[in-house]
Design a protein around this ligand. Structure first.
Ligand code: GAR
Length: 197
């Protein structure tokens, strides 16, 4: 049971490893005055992630938690503690390029979401757009789903589709999908917070 709707604004944390364009879309959709919820914390495993900079610019707490070689447990323990201390209700993985263990995911099941740049269950894992091009599909897209203990598995909340053109490169297809991601993620979060998923 996820327990949504909460009857008060949800406290949302975003985990991101990179530039943070999905984070930006989420910050715009869930500002402090949104009664459904707002972003209170951004966590990155990368000290130089653009996402941390974007969080600071938006006045949101930004925390780098290192992921040392073979040190997933250290990251997860620190992250779990921070989520508890900040009274976070919902975790959004947005370009977070690490696989979290069951020890992290299980206590958050139903309250942790991910976005992936393919129409899952097709093309899970890394380089989803390249995988789609190599498979010569005519359609791809993005998926927002609840995270479970698998990689890019877990119940799907919503998908948005885009065409794949014969002259597409990884860059052109990624950009087309990314524009849909920026619509899809806020919409999926709204549905979850309203108890519709
Ligand atoms: C997005 O395309 C997201 O779907 C993808 O990384 C990009 C992050 O962009 N995530 C994955 O591939 C996860 N397996 P962003 O940092 O600009 O939001």
């Amino acid at each position: 049971m996820s327990g949504f709707p909460l009857g008060r604004p949800a406290r949302i944390a975003v985990f991101a490893s990179g530039r943070g364009s999905n984070l930006e879309a989420l910050l715009e959709a869930f500002p402090p005055e949104n009664p459904l919820g707002h972003i209170v914390l951004v966590v990155s495993d990368k000290a130089d992630a653009g996402a941390l900079e974007k969080a600071v610019r938006a006045g949101v707490e930004a925390v780098h938690i290192p992921w040392p070689k073979g040190g997933r447990q250290l990251f997860e323990q620190a992250a779990l503690q921070l989520l508890a201390e900040r009274h976070v209700d919902l975790v959004l993985l947005a370009g977070f390029m690490r696989l979290l263990s069951p020890a992290f995911v299980e206590p958050w099941m139903g309250r942790i979401l991910n976005i992936h740049p393919s129409l899952l269950p097709n093309f899970p894992g890394l380089h989803a757009q390249k995988q789609a091009l190599e498979a010569r599909v005519q359609e791809s897209g993005c998926t927002v789903h609840f995270v479970d203990t698998g990689m890019d598995t877990g119940p799907i909340i919503l998908q948005r589709r885009v065409p794949v053109f014969p002259d597409d490169t990884e860059e052109t297809l990624s950009a087309r999908i990314l524009a849909e991601e920026h619509q899809a993620y806020p919409e999926a979060v709204r549905r979850v917070l309203m108890g519709q998923k």
